[in-house]
Design a protein around this ligand. Sequence first.
Ligand code: 8DG
Ligand code: MN
Ligand code: MN
Length: 372
Amino acid sequence: TSAQAALSPSAKYACQRQSPLVCPNQDLVEQLAVLKRARELDLNWESALSYARAIASIKAYPRKIQSAKEARKLAYVGDKTELKVIREYLKSGQISETKSILEGEKYRVLMEFSSIYGIGPMTAQVLYARRCRTLEDVKRFYKDPDNAALEIEEDDDDEDEEKNVRVPERWIEVSLALKDDLSIKIPRREVEQVARMVMHELEEIQPGCLHTIAGGYRRGKRESNDIDIVITHPAADANRVRELCQEFTDVLSKKGLVTHLMTLTGQHSPSSSPAGVIAKAFTIFSLPGSGRSRRLDLIFAVPDVYWTAVVGWTGSTMFQRDLRLHAKSKDLKFDSSGITRRTDESVIIAHSEKDVFEILGLPYIHPTMRNA
Ligand code: 8DG
Ligand code: MN
Ligand code: MN
């Protein structure tokens, strides 16, 4: 089919390429990722995106790159800037700018600040400009009421859904307080354990729910930063989905399993999803016994958008970004809350994950190959 033919390492969109977790050019990719991150932290989005595209393209390339000529053939690698550093890497095994960035103080400080949930590059820059250099400085900064009106954003580029969501300052306080726990990555076994416990609790208030553990876990990452679970119930409408989300987080809170509720959307947030077909709870979950705090994202979806939600929340961010762009090129609109025709806004329902790809005219790509 034409969709199959489009599946190639040099295809335009990341959602048309197989991107393994670890690729033959992994070291190059990691050195380029430092440049990308540094551009993000400098608020140079255009350059960051350009590196992100080059990185995603290299991730899908199935052989070790031997020459600049070979690299130039890849989508988004032909640009002068990228090609120059790749040439340097191929010659010396090292990108000198990457090395100097990693040795500098500013990058290290901004990386640490932006690792706090709720602190994005913009806020990290403000904190740095206000002479914060350690997390202790940041804590002190937020305790001072004169500093209260900081511009705060989530480190998240989910363009369509989350545009208007501001992260409240108390998240940052919570994240700072729990920083030691939250910075410990979550092994797969524990992701599964938390999901089992969560679904067991859910069964008590609403039997018959279906779920998929999404996020990096589903892409095969051995350790995750948080746990993302997409949930539906065959008979739930939009109202019931919102209700369930609310009810369930209440129950988990009462039982002490959820210690903090960072945000609950889908209530009266018009930006979240058009018909309120998705409700989200970003929480902090405390695993009994271990006592360790973990970030847990619960996404409740009506059955009609369950599979688009699963695809959306499986990521990666770049894979999802290109799903949207690819859909747009076909006059469709894709996001976690569904697929619609741009011409008449009619809704197209996907009945499986494969269906999502088929509707978008894409070859199916296994979750472990979506690490663009
Ligand atoms: P990890 O850092 O959690 O280990 O990796 P991840 O699982 O890939 O990242 P994530 O921040 O948990 O996001 C998972 C995917 O969910 C990501 O590719 C984008 C997608 N996503 C949505 N909507 C939203 C949203 O509102 N916020 C966030 N953070 N991600 C969203 O579809
Ligand atoms: Mn995740
Ligand atoms: Mn998440």
